[in-house]
Design a protein around this ligand. Structure first.
Ligand code: NAP
Length: 206
């Protein structure tokens, strides 16, 4: 697929490299494409463009900016023309707390900011080390996604599986109200509880 990534930082860069390695055509959408700091992004078959151009070249767009920049980033994209917009952000505000509770979510806020996009929440519940390699011995890290549009969710499940995740659709976009607090479980384990970053949640079955 043709993938656009708004926000070429830790998450955007990791997802972009992984998706390019899996055979997808990746364009990073950045504010200043000629900035020398983006030159490393053009290795491995990926390209760099303005945010608007990255959207126009893509079927699926991923937003991976800090939450404080998400509104400006999404709005700078213009009309998404019905494209899939994957929200990989976590709406973390002052005090390192979620800015949205259980009656709203960052993903629903992204959907309100975005013009004409099919929004899917995904890739927010693990750190970038896990995104780069979701394999844990014979097991795969779980990736839960949420979105209202079935075809959009099917496409994003495919991308998650291409990256190596054990991927599941949790339901409608309102289920992002569960996925954003779930990210805080991973973050709490990784940071205050000092379990490091090389772990993930997975499904055990019997
Ligand atoms: N890090 C993780 O392990 C992880 C895991 C899951 C989810 N998340 C979430 O993913 C999001 C990104 O995290 P990150 O760690 O990747 O942050 P990061 O490394 O700081 O990268 C953020 C990127 O967003 C870009 N950006 C900011 N405003 C922009 C705009 N208006 N248009 C285009 N690009 C813009 C920045 O560009 P400049 O460098 O030019 O400012 C930077 O490349 C956050 O919401 C975070 O909560 C992070």
């Amino acid at each position: 697929m043709r993938i656009g990534i708004i926000g070429a930082g830790s998450v955007g860069g990791t997802l972009g490299r992984g998706l390019a390695k899996a055979g997808h055509a990746v364009t990073f959408g950045v504010r200043y494409p000629s900035d020398a700091k983006h030159s490393a992004l053009t290795s491995g078959g990926t390209t760099v463009a303005t945010v608007r151009d990255a959207v126009e070249r893509s079927e699926v767009v991923i937003v991976a900016t800090p939450w404080a920049a998400a509104q400006a980033a999404v709005e700078s994209a213009g009309d998404f023309g019905g494209r899939v917009l994957v929200d990989a952000t976590n709406p973390i505000g002052p005090g390192f707390k979620l800015t949205h509770g259980h009656t709203d979510s960052g993903a629903e806020q992204v959907a309100r900011w975005a013009t004409n996009a099919r929004v899917v929440k995904a890739f927010n519940t693990v750190g970038v080390e896990v995104m780069a390699n979701p394999a844990f011995g014979g097991a795969k890290a779980a990736m839960f996604i949420a979105g209202d549009d079935e075809a959009a969710c099917t496409a994003v499940l495919g991308l998650a599986r291409d990256l190596g995740f054990d991927a599941y659709r949790l339901g409608a976009l309102t289920q992002a109200r569960l996925l954003e607090p779930l990210a805080m479980v991973w973050i709490t384990m990784a940071m205050p509880l000092k379990h490091g970053r090389e772990f993930a949640l997975g499904l055990m079955r019997r």
